[in-house]
Write a protein that binds this ligand. Structure first.
Ligand SMILES: *[C@@H]1O[C@H](CO)[C@@H](O)[C@H](O)[C@H]1NC(C)=O
Ligand SMILES: *[C@@H]1O[C@H](CO)[C@@H](O)[C@H](O)[C@H]1NC(C)=O
Ligand SMILES: *[C@@H]1O[C@H](CO)[C@@H](O)[C@H](O)[C@H]1NC(C)=O
Length: 225
């Protein structure tokens, strides 16, 4: 009796939170999701279709220190990607990148990126973001859903991107990494990828030549179309 009642409660809660489940890993409908982009720029243009996925990224940006210019340059990133499709303004969607960053940046070493989503109301892990050698032979960003959720075992569920648009963070460009638009160059998970609403991730403006690589924590929203 008890477990029957519990099931009823759980299933009605699920129905309320997830009005229109899709066959994809997104637990809820993304058809109304729209990126909030600055209007004073043309480098990032929202597609006219709805996104396939809206994700919170939690991870690190890696940099190496140039021995000649004493400046940091990007050598990749690693992040966990959490489904945001079931969140709306009342459940913290607008500021989730800040909520997650505050937790992530203050975290002890024992807190791993893949557990942050569960602490900010976005427990559904869609996949991972990291860098690989892409089809052009250069280090390229990948979004990989092949080992998670309903895509587990689907070797096509990834996308490697090439950057086609880049703007400084509209709010804090010295601390928050740029907002980006990328096009698919390999894989069939998505044809366009956007990184927006970034928090953190920028390296210090200079470094002592010869110093070791660094990792800088960041969060962002990723929209996959
Ligand atoms: C980034 O740095 C971390 C160590 O801080 C390392 O584990 C990871 O493999 C690095 N990833 C890339 C893409 O450089
Ligand atoms: C657009 O506006 C933002 C925020 O007001 C500002 O930081 C940025 O420099 C502006 N960008 C351009 C290209 O004018
Ligand atoms: C595998 O993933 C790709 C990319 O998301 C998708 O187009 C395809 O339908 C998936 N295949 C299966 C069997 O789910």
């Amino acid at each position: 009796m008890f477990s029957f009642q519990l099931l009823v409660v759980l299933s009605s809660a699920t129905t309320l939170a997830c009005a229109a489940p899709t066959s994809r890993d997104s637990a809820c409908d993304t058809s109304e999701a729209v990126m909030d982009l600055p209007t004073n720029q043309t480098a990032l243009v929202s597609p006219s279709t709805a996104p396939l996925y809206v994700a919170l990224g939690v991870g690190i940006q890696n940099y190496s220190c140039s021995s000649t210019t004493a400046a940091y340059s990007s050598i990749g990133a690693v992040a966990s990607l959490f489904d945001l499709s079931c969140l709306d303004q009342t459940s913290g969607f607008a500021n989730i990148q800040t909520t997650a960053f505050n937790l992530w940046s203050a975290a002890p070493a024992s807190l791993v990126a893949s557990s942050v989503g569960g602490q900010v109301g976005a427990p559904n892990l869609l996949g991972y973001h990291y860098f690989v050698i892409g089809p052009s032979g250069s280090l390229s960003p990948e979004w990989d859903f092949t080992s998670t959720g309903t895509n587990a075992g689907n070797s096509s569920a990834f996308v490697i991107g090439a950057k086609v648009g880049d703007i400084a963070s509209p709010t804090a460009p010295s601390t928050d990494v740029d907002w980006l638009a990328l096009n698919d160059v390999e894989g069939s998970l998505a044809s366009k990828i956007f990184r927006i609403d970034t928090v953190g991730g920028q390296p210090p403006t200079s470094c002592v030549a010869g110093s070791a690589d660094i990792s800088v924590k960041y969060t962002a929203k990723y929209y996959l179309y």
